[in-house]
Design a protein around this ligand. Structure first.
Ligand code: PLP
Length: 400
């Protein structure tokens, strides 16, 4: 008797979805409960108190005493706000190449009529900061109005010591603004807006802050706010001057109230654990992941995409497949057989790379479950690798 091909996986997924994408990330139950509260008037004193509480908390996480503006938008909205508020059509933005997301930010700038110059870099190692300094030194007429860098390139798993951008600006006495994207680093590893002299910071809700996608923000220095006053770029919803005139000093329209219920709980969780402990946890889970990958890389198996050991991201690991093997096969098996969701390769890395997100609300058994499922998926997909990746991760976690 002939059988019809099943239209869905033979075994329906049971148990928790192991969500190992590098954003959005797992939302803790207490945040889910917080965002499920009933709505209130966003002009009420109670909400204003909650709002002020969250504003102060986000400033502590950004490590800034300057300004923050929120947007009801994903990270792209904050990217756009960073550009339209301080630049004018025809201005030059120097973008430091990191990968898919530096390209995306540059593409947006070009669409807005900004001239983009790029400091090229190898995606597997990240930029040589001497090249950034050279580009700034060569710009004797100060054509470059801002330098933009992605702190943690989510597509490659390479994290940069972006303090070096400030060092390059200072060494060349260049007045350009320093803009940094901290979307996949904030709340996962060290980031210091004021100490590192960053003028415009782009952050999002759905990664280290463990919130749903849909709210983003910019940290803004006093210098950037001054520069903003002479920006002629058309803008309305994200116009900082218009926001300052509003009661919430953000949000031209209705305030996304429930996000602030969630943000309050997110800040409570981060501060209860302590930011340094949060960073240490991320480092431990990232290191366990890397140890697993290094073991798998035996027998010509998959390897760490990041080739600079001092720049390995503590929030995401990108894993490069051996030639002739498609990362999408591994992802598909992990998802359909084991209910584990992994990140795929972005842009030119599609099919070549898969990514394990280890940011946000995560502990040892969660990362071990993911690693074990990846190891099984590699076997099932017939990808060459050395066995024992999970053992390497367990040994590390048990002894540190
Ligand atoms: N920048 C980085 C580093 C990101 O990882 C992402 C998204 O993953 C973005 C920008 C874009 O943010 P969103 O997808 O929230 O618009």
């Amino acid at each position: 008797m002939s059988q019809t091909a099943p239209t869905k996986p033979a075994r329906p997924a049971r148990g928790r979805l192991f969500f190992a994408n590098p954003g959005p990330t797992n939302i803790p139950d207490s945040i889910l409960r917080a965002v499920s509260q009933g709505t209130v008037d966003f002009m009420s004193p109670a909400f204003l108190e909650l709002y002020d509480h969250c504003m102060a908390g986000v400033k502590r996480v950004l490590k800034t005493e300057q300004h923050v503006f929120f947007y009801t938008a994903s990270g792209h909205g904050a990217w756009e706000a960073s550009l339209v508020n301080v630049l004018s059509p025809g201005d030059t933005l120097l973008i430091i190449e990191t990968g898919y997301f530096s390209l995306g930010w540059a593409e947006m700038a070009e669409a807005l009529g900004i001239k983009v110059e790029t400091v090229k870099a190898d995606w597997r190692t990240g930029v040589d900061f001497a090249a950034v300094e050279a580009a700034l030194a060569a710009d004797t007429t100060h054509r470059i109005k801002a330098v933009g860098v992605v702190h943690n390139e989510t597509a490659t798993g390479v994290a940069l010591p972006i303090q070096k951008v400030r060092a390059a600006l200072d060494a060349t006495k260049h007045p350009a603004l320093f803009m940094a994207d901290t979307i996949s680093s904030l709340g996962s590893f060290d980031f210091r807006m004021d100490e590192w002299g960053i003028d415009v910071v782009v952050g999002g809700s759905q990664k280290g802050l463990m919130l749903p996608t849909g709210m983003s923000f910019t940290g803004v220095s006093n210098k950037a706010l001054e520069v903003h006053k002479s920006s002629t770029m058309p803008k309305h919803y994200m116009n900082w001057s218009a926001m300052i005139a509003r009661r919430h000093k953000s949000f031209i329209g209705t305030v996304p109230i429930l996000f602030f219920n969630g943000l309050k709980e997110s800040l409570r969780l981060l501060e209860e654990e302590g930011l340094d402990n949060v960073f240490a946890r991320h480092h431990r889970l990232a290191e366990a992941t890397r140890r697993a990958v290094r073991t798998w890389s035996g027998n010509q198996g998959p390897q760490l995409f990041c080739q600079d050991s001092s720049r390995l991201s503590d929030s995401v690991t990108a894993i490069l497949m051996p030639d002739g093997h498609n990362a999408e096969d591994v992802r598909k098996i992990a998802f359909e057989r084991f209910n584990v969701s992994l990140g795929g390769g972005l842009g030119p890395l599609g099919g070549k790379v898969f990514r394990i997100g280890h940011m946000g609300d995560l502990n040892e058994p969660m990362i071990l479950g993911t690693l074990a499922s990846v190891e099984m998926a590699l076997s099932i997909a017939g990808v060459p690798h050395a066995k024992g990746g999970v053992d390497s991760a367990m040994e590390y976690l048990a002894t540190t």
